[in-house]
Design a binder for this molecule. Sequence first.
Ligand code: SF4
Length: 345
Amino acid sequence: METLRTLEALEREGLIASAADLAEAAESMAIALTPEMLALIDRGDPADPIARQFVPSVAETRVAPGELADPIGDEARSPVKGIVHRYPDRVLLKPIHVCPVYCRFCFRREKVGPGGDTLSAAELERALAYITADPKIWEVILTGGDPLMLAPRRLAELIGRLDAIPHVGVIRLHSRVPIVDPGRVGEALVAALRPRRAALWLAVHCNHPRELGTATRATLARLADAGIPLLGQTVLLAGVNDDVDTLDALMRGLVTARVKPYYLHHPDLVRGTGHFRVTIERGQQLMKALRGRLSGLAQPTYVLDVPGGHGKVPVGPSFLSGYRGDDPDALLVEDAFGKQHRYPG
Ligand code: SF4
C-alpha cells in the first residue's frame, strides 16, 4: 500500500467524511499518511490519537491571535540558506523539506512539503562553507523536513563532509522515519549513520505509545545494534498524549526500545494549531505525575521554544519553593509523591 497523499484517498479509507469540507485546511499543508500509521488507526474512534496527528481538520483554518508563521524564529536566525544559528556552538542544517508524513501540528508546517525548499548543490556548499568557517560550531543538527528522506548515498556523503570538518564534534539527526516508515531504514541507510570520527546521535520523533509497533521496534533495535545512540523527542499534544497514562506508556516504550527520552516539547504557537495546544500549567502537572511514576532514565525534559528564535528553555516543574518558617534561607522541596520537606539554607 502507498502513502495516502490526498483528501480523496483519506475519504476512500473512511478517515474523513467529506473531502470538500477540508479543502481549505488541506491547502495550508501537504498530506502524507504512511501505511504503518494508517494500520494503527482505530476507525471506530473519532478521536483516534494517531489519525489526529496526520488527518487534516477544519480547526486548522482558525488562526488565533499570537499564532505565527515562523513560531520559533528560524528566519531571524538564518545567516545562510539552510542554516539556523541560534547558539554559538551549534547550528541546524536543513538540507531537505520533505517528510515521510505531514504532522498537522508541525512547527515548520508552512515550510515542509513536496514542493518544499530542498537545498541545491550550490546552496549546500555555501551552508557547509559557513560551518567550516566558524571553529566555534561543535554540533550540527540535521533537520528539515526529515534528513532520513535523503537517499542513503546522499546522506552518507553529507555526513562524510561534516565529519571531515575538524571542529565538528557531534552530528545529530532528527527524524520521524524510523517511527512512521520503518521499512525505509534499510542496510544502506544504517550504514550511512554508522559511527565515525564525530559522534553521531539520532533523535526520533514519537508521540504515542502505539507508534512503537513491531516493525518500528525492530528498526530501532537495528539502529541501536549498529552503535547509533538514540534519543526520543515528543510533542505534548492535546488529544494525542496529554494524559499521564499515555505519556507513562510512551516513555517506558521508548526506554525499552533503547531510546532515551530527551525532550517533551511544549506545542509551539503555530498558525492553525490551537486545537493541539495545552497550557504550560497542564504540562507541568503531567511532568510532576511522571516524576512519581518513572525512573530518571525515562524522564524527558519539558521545554518551550521561546518565540522569536531565542532557543529552548526547560519550563519545569520546579520542586523547590521558599520556606515560610523561622529560617529565611531554608527551602521547601517537594518529593516525587507530592510531600513537602524543609531543606536547610
Ligand atoms: S516529520 Fe517533523 S518536520 Fe515533518 S511534518 Fe512531521 S514534525 Fe514537521
